[in-house]
Design a protein around this ligand. Sequence first.
Ligand code: ATP
Length: 369
Amino acid sequence: MSAPAPEFDRGKRRHGDDSRGRKGGMPGDRTVLAVDGLDVGTRHTPLLHDVSFSIERGERVGLIGESGSGKSLTALAVMGLLGEGLRASGDVRLSGRTPATRNLLDIGEREMAGLRGDAMSMVFQEPMTALNPTMRVGAQVAEVMRIHGTRGKGAARERVVELLDQVGLPDPAHLARSYPHELSGGQRQRVVLAIALANDPALLICDEPTTALDVTVQATVLDLVVRGVEERDAAMLFITHDLAVVATVCERVLVMYGGRIVEAGPVGEVFGDPRHRYTQGLIGASDLAGAEGRRARATLPTIPGTVPAAGRFPDGCVFRSRCDHATDLCEALPPWTPRGEHAAGDRAYGFACHHPAGESTAEKEGSRG
Ligand SMILES: Nc1ncnc2c1ncn2[C@@H]1O[C@H](COP(=O)(O)OP(=O)(O)OP(=O)(O)O)[C@@H](O)[C@H]1O
């Protein structure tokens, strides 16, 4: 998209309070999603390793990384939508309406289906795959309320028009009677968003929601997504390749490579002062607009080579086969290093790199033990 200038001032909230003793963050009062030590793989190939993070109510967290890093698998594992042949282990808790007392990875498909579209929703890149081509769009929005019993028939009909209006569709009462093929791509994605938001989910996951859209409508749809989650005080996980979008939409960012989270923190800190060499490379190769972005691009290295196929990442630091700074030390898995003053073990603020950019004296002393 024609990216707006990045604003490096998003990380205003402090998230250290809820993370003592637990890698992904102990569910506190405002924690909606807590993922702790999530591993995903096929029988033979591990794909995600020890993924840990949490998201609070009203918080928007970006998940970035090149194609094949494991972003979609993370989202699908949370939603209980991993395909046949994939296994997940670890701990995934969702609160919001009800206390997060159970690990989502342990509950059956029937119960998961009750949560999807209700307590948590997901918007995918391609709206046509999410819509039923043979059903009028209004009926599809009403159906998600009917399935979850959140509204009676008459109330659902009124709510459909309200929701279609909220996502900026013109003449919503008339448009509700259209079929998906009668709408533009941008209009279809708005309908998908209306469906995702219909039951006021506590968690909205967006996987490249605007990538398939015309650049002229991308910014508008993004704005609607942000407004939708803000109005509901919902938590959002936003998956994208586009760092400029993360800078605009999110407060916090998780950087993923080789199925691991390699860096995490407030967008301003991570994009303004990346510590992991992979994050540095991503920023160097990105379209971050504006003078700040261009200056950064001129001084940061880009990423040599390509992402290895699943199961072909090196042991130790997963990035070492592409990293100019790699040494023998990188054959060992780098420990998670908290950023600045943050507590050891706080996975919301830190990085896992043996040779981080801009290493502070305190960190050097810390790593020497
Ligand atoms: N069902 C599966 N069986 C085997 N490998 C899989 C399966 N699904 C995904 N993978 C592999 O897992 C890795 C991570 O995939 P994932 O789709 O999560 O990447 P991504 O970061 O979302 O990429 P993209 O940005 O292209 O969507 C890839 O190497 C992919 O080939």
